[in-house]
Design a protein around this ligand. Structure first.
Ligand code: ZN
Length: 66
């Protein structure tokens, strides 16, 4: 299985949408834990990286793309 590629400032979609109805999250911190911020309500959560990789569905927009 291929490892998921993601990086700082990427916009990602999670397997479960946020209660606010939006399912777009921006990666605002990378490390042993990943911090993501909901693009709908600006709520941010910190998730252990391994858990994040399991819960993340796909990258919607790579930050390093024009
Ligand atoms: Zn939200």
């Amino acid at each position: 299985m291929e490892a998921k590629q993601f990086g700082l400032n990427d916009i990602v979609e999670m397997k479960k949408q946020h209660p606010c109805g939006k399912n777009e999250w921006k990666i605002i911190r990378m490390g042993a834990d990943v911090r993501i911020k909901c693009e709908g309500c600006q709520h941010s959560v910190m998730i252990p990286r391994r858990e994040f990789e399991k819960k993340m569905k796909k990258v919607l927009k790579f930050a390093n793309e024009a």
